[in-house]
Design a protein around this ligand. Structure first.
Ligand code: PEP
Ligand code: MG
Length: 755
């Protein structure tokens, strides 16, 4: 909290700054006056302003107290010296004995050796540090938090002067490549597949704040209040739309609504208003601080939460500027590609989805909320596209290649033609697959394959009928848990699982119990950091240690399946004893439901994932206990080869089409067939036609694949002769080769198998 005294000091200073800024003279003259004013007001012998120049160099632009001939001569790299340190970390520094700091860099031309204490703050514009503002004193002065706050507020006023382009050319502030108008290919990560071709539209174009200093803080506090309640009304309106009635995207927005009521955040804005800023300048200040600090945060969950705050800050700014929820009227060209640093979950709903062709984000992760919404709307998304906002101008032609996580900016005609052609072919293929929807997945030699689909969101269920899959072979129940702000209770889970079963319309659904941990983190559960999360406290290990969570989920599954079939699968089982323990918990729940008079499912089928190789060496004990087994090839590959599936450096080092993996699968498939236990493969490999061909050749008869793979895999199955591929594979499995991929590809080509 600021003290009343400090508030009036900074307000007085701000008032004077306003007069200087509004007065005449060149930008340099105004800057010189500002540093003199600050030095006097803060009783500092030195006040200096460094401005960022091209090449990440901070140049001394103005000083009161240091040698004047150092101005425009002294330059520091970002990270060099204390000034460079402040810029590099976008955070203030206050040191009573600056020279004792390991980063102190002595510049003789400035004459600063006589000054002992130093306080500096970054000058931030957008998420970019555009300069550093410093005061120094001869004595070992201890600067207070309030003084830092005052200097930060002043830095904000200076940010506008720097950004005006009068001090340095604006092109220096925007780190363009020097060839900004040439075609560019930018790399990012896939957040949602598909290809979008269109015109760049910058999301949330920056609002220019014209009025920084306020006359009356009470008026500004009132404006803040009005804007906050305006945003809440807009959210209520969104909640009342029919498409928001249920689904995970509603949960996402519920979480978001909580942020609009966050006291800490609102208090920080209010405090900034009390220092003399207008409401919009105060929102901007808190927003800029947050953005700059966000660059330092590596924890993905925290970053995403901060994004949500930021999104609300953007909305507040827009509201304060226009007096209404202006984003709601966002216009898109007929083929808009949205470009944003990041996006809140609410934002996509502001645009007409029929005009939205793609989304490119500077930040982002596959589990971020806007990615979940984009998947529901079927919009290709590329995330973590570094500096994209600096590299794309509004109206630039852009191609978003979500499948490969890349973006083409101002593409050449050749590139564009290739994508237009491939989009056309993709549409043609989609039409062909649609024709396969109702035909059975039977091979040329009459072997029936059950082609199931993987799902994880209610929104996926529509694809079950569109794709013609035989059922859901893997329902990953953890995704709804991840989108919520608290553990869902039995009632919530029962309602969700009931909806899933209703929407399956009698087709089987295999529910996998909670499989969190590893890379799937629940926002409200914060287990200790582990060195090796993939090998750590995850999945069934968690739910056996916290049986109440498992019990609640099993109860909900039993209730949802009352009077119909329940299929329940336990993940990450490494030994039969674990399965027995999980089964015992299920049996207790069944008995309890019976005792309470709740109707039970007509049949209950229990199965296990096989992801840990150890389980394959207990098949004699395992097979009598289960109705089905599903191979999770994603985890199985990582454990079989001891290779981290999320480490891009090595995740492709070993091939699932290697003799080791294929021998393993053939052995398990054979044993299951003998025992009459249904065996499926539900990891990613099952969805790739070549791999699926090999699996069928090894004896696998049930595949569960992502919905877009149902068509391609079915087309392959219908062109395959199982006897032929089984015989061919049989002769290869003793090969010492790294991979059988090329051989299998040749086989497919020679035998007319559609890949
Ligand atoms: C697997 O490991 O193959 C699997 C299907 O589970 P998940 O990808 O959800 O870990
Ligand atoms: Mg797994």
């Amino acid at each position: 909290m600021l003290t009343a005294g400090t508030t009036s000091v900074s307000r007085r200073l701000l008032g004077r700054l306003r007069d200087v800024m509004a007065g005449g003279g060149s930008a340099q003259e105004r800057l010189d006056k500002v540093v003199t004013l600050i030095a006097a007001d803060m009783v500092a012998e030195v006040c200096s302003c460094y401005v960022m120049r091209a090449g990440e160099v901070l140049e001394l632009f103005s000083t009161e107290g240091l040698r004047h001939d150092a101005v425009h001569q002294t330059r520091l790299r970002v990270g060099e010296g204390l000034v460079g340190d402040i810029a590099a970390h976008a955070r203030p520094l206050a040191l009573a004995d600056a020279q004792a700091h390991p980063n102190f860099a002595y510049r003789p031309e400035t004459g600063e050796e006589i000054f002992h204490s130093l306080m500096g703050v970054p000058i931030i514009r957008g998420a970019r540090v555009v300069g550093v503002l410093v005061v120094q004193n001869r004595t070992m002065r201890h600067y207070t938090d309030e003084e830092i706050e005052t200097l930060e507020t002043v830095a904000m006023v200076l940010a506008e002067l720097v950004a005006s382009g009068e001090l340095v050319d604006r092109s220096e502030l925007v780190q363009v490549d020097g060839n900004a108008l040439l075609p560019l290919r930018l790399e990012g990560i896939r957040l949602n597949g598909g290809v979008g071709i269109g015109i760049a539209v910058l999301h949330n174009p920056r609002i220019t704040i014209h009025r920084l200093v306020a006359e009356d803080p009470d008026v500004e506090l009132e404006r803040l209040k009005t804007a906050l309640s305006g945003i809440k009304t807009a959210l209520e309106e969104l909640f009342s739309r029919p498409e928001m009635r249920d689904g995970e995207h509603r949960d996402v927005l519920e979480t978001y609504r909580m942020f609009t009521e966050d006291k800490g955040w609102i208090n920080r804005i209010s405090e900034a208003i009390r220092t003399g800023l207008t409401a919009e300048a105060a929102v901007q200040k808190v927003h800029d601080d947050m953005r700059a600090r966000m660059n330092q945060i590596t924890d993905p969950y925290l970053r995403e939460r901060l994004h949500d705050f930021e999104d609300i800050a953007n909305r507040l700014l827009q509201f304060l500027a226009s007096g209404e929820d202006a984003v709601a009227k966002a216009e898109l060209p007929a083929d808009g590609i949205l470009i944003a640093r990041t996006m809140g979950p609410m934002d996509l709903f502001d645009y007409d989805p029929t005009r939205l062709r793609g989304l490119v984000l500077e930040e982002g992760s596959p589990t971020m909320h806007v990615a979940i919404v984009a998947r529901a709307l079927d919009i290709p998304v590329v995330g973590r596209c570094k500096d994209v906002l600096d590299k794309i101008e509004p109206l630039d032609p852009v191609i978003v290649d979500g499948d490969n996580g890349q973006v083409f900016v101002r593409p050449t005609d050749d590139i564009r033609d290739i994508f237009v052609e491939s989009t056309y072919q993709r549409q043609q293929r989609a039409a062909q697959y649609a024709m396969l929807r109702d035909v059975p997945a039977v091979t040329k030699d009459g072997i029936q394959v059950r082609l199931m689909m993987n799902a994880g969101l209610l929104l996926d269920m529509q694809h079950l009928h569109e794709s013609g899959a035989d059922g859901i072979g893997l329902y990953r129940t953890e995704l709804p848990f991840m989108a919520r702000s608290a553990l869902p209770d039995v009632g919530v889970q029962t309602a969700l699982y009931t909806k899933i079963l209703d929407q399956a319309e009698g087709k089987p659904v295999v529910f996998r119990t909670l499989d969190v941990g590893g890379d799937k983190i629940l926002p409200y559960w914060n287990p200790n950091e582990e060195d090796n999360p993939a090998l750590g406290w995850r999945s069934i290990r968690i739910t056996l240690d916290r049986p109440a969570v498992l019990r609640a989920q099993l109860r909900a599954l039993l209730r949802a399946a009352a009077g119909r079939e329940a299929r329940i699968m336990f993940p990450m089982i490494a030994e039969v004893a674990e399965l027995a323990q999980a089964r015992a918990i299920l049996d207790i729940e069944i008995a309890r439901e019976r005792r309470l008079g709740h109707p039970l499912p007509e049949t209950i089928k229990v199965g296990t994932m096989m992801e840990v190789p150890a389980l394959a060496f207990q098949l004699d004990a395992l097979l009598p206990l289960v109705d089905f087994i599903s191979i999770g090839s994603n985890d199985l590959t990582q454990f079989l080869f001891a290779v981290d599936r999320n480490n891009p450096r090595i995740c492709d080092r070993y091939d699932p089409l290697s003799p080791a993996m294929l021998n393993f699968l053939r052995w398990v498939a054979g044993r299951c067939a003998e025992a009459g236990v249904a065996m499926s493969v539900c990891g990613e490999m099952a969805g790739r036609p070549l791999e699926a061909m090999a699996l069928i050749g090894l004896g696998v008869r049930i595949l569960s694949v992502a919905s877009p793979s149902v068509g391609p895999v079915k087309a392959m199955i219908r062109s395959l002769n199982v006897e032929g591929v089984a015989a061919y594979l049989g002769g290869l499995l003793t090969s010492p080769a790294h991979s059988l991929r090329d051989k299998l590809k040749d086989y497919a080509l020679d035998h007319g198998v559609v890949l």
